[in-house]
Design a protein around this ligand. Structure first.
Ligand SMILES: C[S@@+](CC[C@H](N)C(=O)[O-])C[C@H]1O[C@@H](n2cnc3c(N)ncnc32)[C@H](O)[C@@H]1O
Length: 443
């Protein structure tokens, strides 16, 4: 049977793809079907037919899989953020474990790799501590929410199921303020208008609210501040001044409208200062789980020199410091390095040093016993991996939020004589297709 575009087919789902959609087969050709799950039988309309694969739209479910659950979010079909919210949570964890294993075997060429079961959450909702909501004017209404899948139309939301539960009240206050005072809203096409994004950063006890604006200030800002101050955990309101065209949300220019421009959080018994522009893991409960895995795998005795490459605000470096002789952290974002140095001081830790710059530019002129790598999604620079493996630390711990680039880099490191000792996925991003992984390699 030759597949035909726009025709409907009944398809059994055999697996899940890397973005969380189902994979079935027609005439031996893979068909990718968003919102389907392994063991579903679905009617699918073929909406794209390429040479080696097809994309199908789920028309209706003929027989639901045992792993299918009722989606909890009303905006899920429009927003596309939680692409596995139709999948039972235990099966989400298994799917992520399999994703990591598949990547390490297929891309990393590591055969029969033992990947541990994914560390999940007891309550996997409302975990996100950073949200960036675009704002649009639609008639006389203000839409605050998320971009609809593959567009820049804003899906107006009241409450997101994975964002901090306190955000809903803030969104409501900001929307009412903007509508009642008729504040001008930014238009991407004309590059005119004032208010661009609402950014909220939270810790367990504190909230930082930021309005990204195409200008100097907001009319009637005192009214907004008075209304937001009623939300008890807000410690700061910041204006971020972004006059550039394009998709970059935050500029480097902030002014404080109220309180301060950072929040604090306690992780593994240490206190951390987190500024608006610094990277911080999005899920505090899983971050503590992740760092304790790193600490266990590091198994430091107090004599080791450690390098924490891509160190952010110094969290991993500082969590390892009490068991190391010395830890060096390197990070490209200036504000994060400032936070890292402050965090060392706040916690009275003096055997750490933080360097501002690109990891790949580090000289590596001293010998390390452990190198921790926690790069962004694109993974490590090849030149840097070369330098690391030439430094030949007995242990490398790689923390990654992208199994594909992790596998590519693990392949490189293993070709330099390192063995993969342990692979531990952690569910940092429940209800999405993303997964965090810790890999220990040694020689
Ligand atoms: C995934 S985060 C990890 C941060 C930290 N380890 C943590 O757990 O919070 C990656 C960090 O690498 C930084 N970064 C990106 N490219 C870099 C580079 N070439 N050299 C050094 N740091 C870089 C980012 O600013 C970010 O803070």
């Amino acid at each position: 049977m030759k597949m035909v575009k726009n025709q409907e087919y009944e398809i059994e789902i055999l697996d899940i793809d890397k973005s969380g959609g189902g994979i079935g087969r027609v005439d031996n050709m893979a068909v990718f079907i968003p919102n389907a799950v392994t063991e579903d039988i679905v009617n699918t309309k073929i909406i794209k037919l390429a040479k080696n694969y097809a994309i199908g739209k789920l028309i209706n479910i003929v027989k639901p899989s045992q792993y299918r659950i009722e989606g909890k979010c009303n905006s899920a079909d429009k927003c596309g953020g939680c692409s596995v919210q139709h999948i039972d949570y235990d099966f989400q964890l298994k799917y992520k474990q399999k994703q990591v294993k598949d990547c390490l075997e297929r891309i990393g060429k590591i055969q029969n790799v033992n990947v541990q079961p994914t560390v999940g959450m007891d309550n996997p909702l409302h975990y996100r501590n950073k949200a960036q909501y675009p704002i649009r004017k639609v008639g006389d209404k203000c839409h605050i929410g998320f971009y609809a899948l593959k567009t820049h139309n804003v899906v107006n939301i009241n409450q997101c199921l994975i964002d901090d539960v306190r955000n809903a009240q803030i969104i409501n206050i900001v929307r009412n303020f903007l509508e009642s005072k008729n504040i001008s809203i930014y238009n991407e096409e004309t590059h005119k208008g004032l208010i661009r994004h609402l950014v909220i950063r939270t810790s367990r006890k504190e909230i930082l609210v930021c309005l990204v604006i195409n200008g100097k200030t907001i009319p009637y800002i005192e009214d907004l501040i008075q209304n937001l101050k009623k939300v008890s955990d807000i410690v700061g309101i910041v204006l971020n001044h972004n006059k550039e065209k394009g998709n970059v949300i935050l500029s480097e220019k902030n002014t404080i409208a109220y309180g301060r421009d950072y929040i604090t959080e306690t992780i593994c018994g240490l206190k951390f200062k987190i500024s608006l522009l610094s990277f911080f893991q999005v899920n505090i409960i899983q971050t503590e789980a992740l760092y304790s895995i790193v600490k266990d795998l590091a198994d430091l005795k107090g004599t080791e020199n450690v390098l924490d490459a891509y160190c952010g605000i110094g969290t991993i470096a500082l969590c390892l410091a009490d068991k190391a002789k010395k830890v060096v952290g390197v990070e490209i974002v200036k504000q994060a390095v400032i936070n890292a140095k402050e965090n060392a001081k706040i916690n009275s830790i003096d055997n750490v040093q933080f360097v501002l710059g690109k990891a790949e530019d580090l000289l590596l002129d001293e010998k390390y016993d452990l190198i921790v790598l926690d790069p962004p999604r694109k993974g490590c620079d090849l030149e840097f991996l070369n330098k690391i493996t030439n430094n030949a630390p007995p242990k490398i711990i790689y923390v990654s939020c992208d199994p594909a680039t992790l596998a590519r880099d693990v392949k490189f490191i293993s070709e330099k004589g390192y063995k993969v000792n342990s692979v531990q996925p952690v569910d940092m991003f429940p209800y999405t297709s993303h997964v965090e992984t810790v890999v220990l390699m040694s020689k």
